[in-house]
Design a protein around this ligand. Structure first.
Ligand SMILES: Cc1ncc(COP(=O)(O)O)c(C=O)c1O
Length: 356
């Protein structure tokens, strides 16, 4: 497709002088594999999330796998997860040999629906994976009441509050992702976080096999490098600035888009939003979402489906009406710390032209 104006991308990492210096100093040190930078990164992310410690690994998907293995989950066990999420949680559950049980989401928050989780519980349920999507916490209070271990998936949400508690500090174990365009970028990377020292120890044993007295067939090489950790550390130092900028852009969008017939993000009582994504729902009268994405791209604005495809649709399964509705109507707008006010105004103008 040709563009009359330069395209505003849907996502963009925020990288500058601090990141360049941090990576260069690791290169100069010669210690590029897992080492002191990784240790420091684990401490800082654990502090940010509000838990005892973290185990840095090579991706968020790997962090989910390690979390499941550390909880002793495997063949014969069931793990509940929402269908409206990227396929990483399903892949991890399947990879450890357990059975994924898909459930629907809440219409307004896009997060896992506690009532659907309650219906899916069985004596074989060993955990619920709780992704906090788009920067908004899931209803942890309701989910906790079932007494099943929660694996909080904070790949898209760090720093948000649910009833005054930080996301990631509530479940048995938490995972993060440091993929390039996530809230904190390390290029690729992930972390398993917990208050449980034994679980963290297990996570370390699963991450690396060297100098272990025991030959553990589940152990592997799932390490992060110090180059990545240094990049991640530089990002942690800027996290509060990133959060402020994201909130300001969301406020700008909220003020300008409220009269266009779009359903804007809703923040339920007792929760805060960190706006990893700004997801609007387009009215049915706007026609198919793919056409809208193309028209906006023609106007220089790259928007995306916030979830590529709900998992049940890969499996040919039915019975997830809320996720289906989100799939056909939810649109994610560009929002990241380096998006300027002028760029945000171009996004707003394009949406006004489409929806007014
Ligand atoms: C909710 C959620 N969980 C897990 C992952 C997997 O993270 P990674 O890409 O680092 O493997 C992602 C990343 O896309 C995600 O959005």
């Amino acid at each position: 497709m040709t563009h009359s104006v330069e395209l505003i991308p849907h996502s963009r990492p925020t990288l500058g002088e601090a990141e360049a210096k941090a990576v260069a100093s690791v290169l100069a040190s010669g210690q590029v594999a897992q080492g002191p930078q990784t240790d420091a990164f684990e401490r800082r992310v654990a502090e940010l999330v509000g838990v005892r410690g973290g185990v840095a690994v090579s991706s968020g998907t790997v962090a989910l796998e390690v979390a499941l293995l550390a909880l002793g989950i495997g063949s014969g066990d069931e793990v509940i997860l929402p269908t409206y999420v990227c396929v990483a949680p399903w892949l991890a559950v399947t990879r450890v040999g357990a059975t994924p049980k898909l459930v629907d989401i809440e219409p307004q928050s896009y997060n896992i629906d506690p009532a659907s989780v309650r219906q899916a519980l069985s004596p074989r349920t060993k955990a619920v994976i709780v992704p906090h999507l788009f920067g908004l916490p899931a209803d942890l209070t309701a989910l906790q009441s079932y007494g099943v271990p929660l694996i909080e998936d904070c790949a898209q949400t760090v720093g948000a509050l649910e009833r005054g508690r930080r996301v990631g500090s509530v479940g048995r174990v938490t995972v993060c992702s440091f993929y390039a365009t996530k809230l904190l970028c390390a290029g690729e990377g992930g972390m398993v976080l917990s208050n449980d020292a034994g679980l963290l120890e297990q996570g370390r044993a699963l991450r690396e096999y060297d100098e272990s007295d025991r030959l553990n067939p589940l152990s592997y090489n799932r390490k992060l490098t110090d180059l990545q950790a240094a990049l991640g550390l530089a990002q942690v130092n800027r996290f509060q600035d990133f959060a402020r900028r994201r909130t300001a852009i969301a406020a700008r969008y909220g003020a300008a888009l409220s009269t266009l017939g779009l359903t804007l993000p809703v923040v339920p009582d007792g929760r805060t939003h960190v706006y990893y994504r700004y997801v609007v729902r387009i009215p049915e009268s706007a026609g198919p979402l793919d056409g809208m994405v193309q028209r906006l791209e023609g106007r220089g604005i790259q928007c995306r489906r916030p979830v590529f495809r709900p998992i049940h649709r890969f499996l040919g399964a039915a019975g997830f009406p809320v996720s289906d509705d989100a799939h056909v109507r939810a649109l994610s707008l560009p929002l990241y710390p380096t998006l300027t006010d002028a760029e945000a105004d171009l996004v707003i103008r394009a949406l006004c032209e489409e929806f007014r």
